[in-house]
Every structure is written in structure tokens, then in C-alpha cells.
Write a new protein. Sequence first.
Length: 140
Amino acid sequence: MPKGIYVRTAEIRAAISLGKQNPSAETRAKMSTAKKTHGMSHTITYNSWDGMKQRCTNPNTTDYNHYGGRGIIVCERWLNSFENFLEDMGERPGGKYAYSLDRIDNDGDYTPANCRWATAKEQAANQSHCSTCVCLNSRE
């Protein structure tokens, strides 16, 4: 099986956990037809994709009112396909907090043309602010 590809089949997982080196012909046939996933479900890149979707689609998410509640959506290409997101954005660079997903136009949607991996400093310079706040660094 190629590195990074995981097969979700209870029988196969059980065979592996029992240390069977040579699965039966029937198990091998199931392995070749079982649903394969990207193997990245527990990575920071996947978490960024999932967080983006949650912010835009789940009204129970803490920040929904700043995203989905404002009409920000995830493009159709990314909404139900982590693989497409990964193809367009690549893996999230740096460590856990080095970079995060940023929309270049804060009023725009999550699309390949409007997203980038940005540092905290880059994101801070790209924030939208409420109309009633006065920013300390403002020169107006």
C-alpha cells in the first residue's frame, strides 16, 4: 500500500493488529477495492480546511457570525473536497502556529484566488475592523 494512503476496513485493521503478514486472498481483494482516503485527517492542513468550512457553514461555531453570518462562503471546489483544497493550497507551511489560512480580501469568499498561507503578522495587517473601533496604529 502506498505511503500516506489508509484503508478503512474493519477486517483489514483487525488483520493488521493481529500481526498477519499475509492476508487472505479475500482480504487482499477487499484492500484493493476499499475506500481509500488522503491520510491527512489529523494534520494542521486538514484542520485549517475543516476550520474554514465550520466558520462558514456551522451556525453553532463560535466565529460563524464573522464568516458564514456575513455571507462568506467556501467555493464549491473546496467545500466537500479536502483533496482539491490541498491541490490548490499545498500543505500548510511551518509549525502549528507559523502560518494560517488567510483571505486576501476579507470581504471575499474562500477561493483559490483569494486565499494564501500567511503569518500572524501578515494576517494582523490584513484584518477588517469594525466601524466603531479606533485602532492604536491608525494615522487618520
